[in-house]
Design a protein around this ligand. Structure first.
Ligand code: PNS
Length: 182
C-alpha cells in the first residue's frame, strides 16, 4: 500500500481529481436504469462521456443519431455530460477522448460473466483503462432496453421505465411500423 491509499485504487484517485469517465452502451433505447447510473456517476466523476455504439452488425430500433439525440436532450441541463456515438474499439475511443475509466452498470449475477470478460479484454488492450462497476437502484435491476421494447410493442406501459422523450420515440416507431404493415 502506498501512503496515499487511493493511489492503489486508480479509478478512485482519478475520480477524486474530477476525471472523465466513458459510459458506453447500445442505449437502444436509453432507460431509467441508464439515467440512474449516469446521474449517480456524476457524484463520482467530474465528467461523463456517454458513448453510443454504432453497430453495423445489429439493426437497432433507433439509429445512432436518434439514440444520441435523445440522450443529449435528457441531459441538456447537465454540462458535465457529453454524448457521442462511436464505432470501433472502446479502448481507442476512450484514449482519443482522454477518459481513463469505463463505467458499466451491473444489474444481476447474470450480467457478471459478460462484463467480467469485457473488462478483462479492455484491460488487456489498454492496461491504463480501468472499468468501474456501478449497481443501478434496486428499482431498475430488472430493466433492460430489450424488455422495454418488447413490453411497449405488445401494448404495455413503459412510462416509469424510460424518460418521456424515449416513450414518445417508441410510440412514433410503433405508429410507423403499424402504418407500414396495414
Ligand atoms: O449496452 P451494451 O450492448 O451491453 O454495450 C456493449 C458495448 C458497447 C460496451 C461493447 O459492445 C463495446 O464496447 N463495443 C465496442 C467494440 C469493442 O471495443 N469490443 C471489445 C470490448 S470486449
Amino acid at each position: 500500500m502506498s501512503e496515499n491509499k487511493n493511489e492503489d485504487f486508480p479509478s478512485v484517485a482519478y475520480a477524486e481529481r474530477g476525471g472523465k469517465a466513458v459510459y458506453p452502451g447500445s442505449f437502444d433505447p436509453i432507460t431509467n436504469g441508464h439515467v440512474d447510473i449516469i446521474t449517480r456517476g456524476l457524484k463520482i466523476f467530474g465528467r461523463i462521456l456517454v458513448a453510443v455504439l454504432e453497430n453495423p452488425v445489429k439493426t437497432p430500433l433507433f439509429s445512432a443519431e436518434e439514440r444520441t439525440a435523445m440522450i443529449k436532450e435528457i441531459f441538456s441541463a447537465e454540462p458535465q455530460v457529453e454524448v457521442m456515438s462511436f464505432a470501433g474499439l472502446l479502448v481507442d475511443f476512450a484514449r482519443n477522448h482522454d477518459a481513463r475509466v469505463v463505467i458499466r452498470g451491473l444489474r444481476a449475477v447474470s450480467d457478471f460473466e459478460y462484463e467480467f470478460q469485457m473488462a478483462l479484454m479492455n484491460h488487456k488492450l489498454n492496461p491504463d483503462l480501468e472499468t468501474f462497476f456501478m449497481m443501478p437502484s434496486i428499482r431498475y435491476t430488472f430493466l433492460s432496453s430489450n424488455m422495454v421494447k418488447e413490453v411497449h410493442w405488445l401494448g404495455g406501459c413503459v412510462r416509469d421505465l424510460v424518460p418521456p422523450i424515449v416513450e414518445a420515440g417508441l410510440d412514433e416507431k410503433k405508429r410507423r411500423a403499424e402504418r407500414s404493415i396495414s
